[in-house]
Ligand binder design. Structure first.
Ligand SMILES: *Cc1c(COP(=O)(O)O)cnc(C)c1O
Length: 393
């Protein structure tokens, strides 16, 4: 098997699993209890929180564990909207956010909030002048993702943070794809709230966090016990937090080397795809993208058919977001960067890990090349196109 879907999820690293195991078998105490067994769980949570806080230049009291990135996104938006409703009901986001943001915005729009969805340029970058123009007296929140999960585009987060700060508006960023891949400092980038998830950086699934800057008025999201400073009730996911902490430690220690390796392979993959397969485009910018992300569109084919045929060859890729596969709508991200529907349909996202090899890239290009050719030969659209092109010559 060749796994190239690391933007959907990653393999839990063996050292992460190892670190988690004792918290299932022996150290299973509820951190809120008073006996010694519980103290061990409590200590483990604090250790995980410390690793994560240090990783982004935050204070440990600013990290709130959640059940993943989606929950952190929901929380940041809904709780801010509620807490700041008196100041205003206007929120600014972008057209290329993850559905955890976009669908939460739709939810808020139904409850009287006004949402501005910023356009992006052809490589997927938010335009700062458009952001400035969208700001109003009643704007309470700007939520722009750090890096896109489909096309890998990295946003000018520091500049966005500076604009938000200048206007006294809160700034949230969905950093689920960026955290562990890119250096992040919440003070340097003027981030007030940030979402991240364990399973995107070789940690376990079902654990994430929301960074919430000290002093913000944020309502609790899950009501119940006093966990997470009474803002997010529920017995802590102790093994998850331990694993998340370990995964963050691991990601930080290898960040530079991993990125270098992945970029080299990614660029090799992109070069071969673009030069050897005609009518192929790279979605997103050539350089300003996550080290492990490549996203292609092949004209005259259906991305779903390509994925199924790749799967039969043992290659795992994606047509975009895991959340949109199964639906027939083309990716909202690809449409936002200006792709026509037909072209957006023929897309393939390949996201690497540090374990991939050059040999794997060669196998993948060869297979994609053969499959695309086969699919095109069955396509009436392609047949028409070739006939027309023939006449013009
Ligand atoms: C995966 C992802 C999420 C959702 O995170 P979960 O932990 O799976 O809920 C949110 N935003 C982005 C950008 C993602 O890639």
């Amino acid at each position: 098997m060749i796994y190239l879907d690391n933007a959907a999820t990653t393999k839990t690293a063996p050292e992460v699993v190892e670190a988690m195991l004792p918290y299932f078998t022996e150290l299973y105490g509820n951190p809120s209890s008073i006996y010694d067994l519980a103290a061990g769980s409590k200590k483990a949570i604090t250790a995980g929180r410390e690793i994560i806080a240090n990783a982004i230049g935050a204070d440990i009291n600013e990290i709130y564990f959640t059940a993943g990135g989606s929950e952190a996104d929901n929380w940041a938006l809904v709780a801010t909207a509620e807490a700041y409703a008196e100041k205003g009901k206007h929120i600014i986001t972008s057209k290329i956010e993850h559905h955890a943001i976009l669908h939460t915005c739709e939810y808020l729009a139904k409850r009287g909030y006004e949402i501005t969805y910023l356009n992006v340029d052809e490589s997927g970058v938010v335009r700062l002048d458009e952001l400035e123009k969208a700001i109003r007296d009643d704007t309470i929140l700007i939520s722009i993702m750090f890096a896109n999960n489909e096309i890998g585009t990295i946003q000018p987060i520091k500049e966005i943070g500076e604009i938000a700060k200048k206007h006294g508006i809160l700034f949230h960023t969905d950093a689920v794809q960026a955290f562990g891949q890119l250096p992040i400092n919440v003070d340097e980038f003027h981030i007030d709230m940030m979402s991240a998830s364990g399973h995107k950086l070789n940690g376990p699934k079902g654990i994430g966090f929301c960074y919430i800057r000290k002093g913000l008025k944020i309502r609790s999201f899950i009501h119940g016990g006093a966990q997470e400073r009474s803002r997010r009730a529920g017995t802590e996911n102790v093994p998850g937090i331990v694993g998340f902490g370990k995964a963050v430690e691991r990601a930080l220690s290898m960040m530079t080397e991993k990125a270098r390796r992945e970029m080299e392979l990614r660029d090799y993959l992109i070069d071969r795809m673009l030069t050897e397969i005609p009518y192929t485009r790279l979605n997103g910018g050539r350089t300003n993208r996550l080290p492990n992300n490549a996203n292609f569109s092949f004209e005259f084919i259906e991305g779903e058919s390509l994925l199924i045929m790749l799967d039969m060859e043992g290659i795992c890729g994606s047509s975009g977001s895991a959340c949109t596969s199964g639906s027939l709508d083309p990716s909202h991200v690809l449409l936002a960067i200006g792709l026509r529907h037909e072209i957006a349909h023929g897309s393939l996202r390949l996201t690497l890990s540090e374990e991939n090899t050059k040999e794997e890239m060669d196998i993948v290009v060869d297979k994609v090349k053969a499959i695309v050719e086969k699919l095109r030969n069955m396509s009436p659209l392609y047949e028409d196109f070739v006939k027309k092109a023939g006449k013009e010559i």
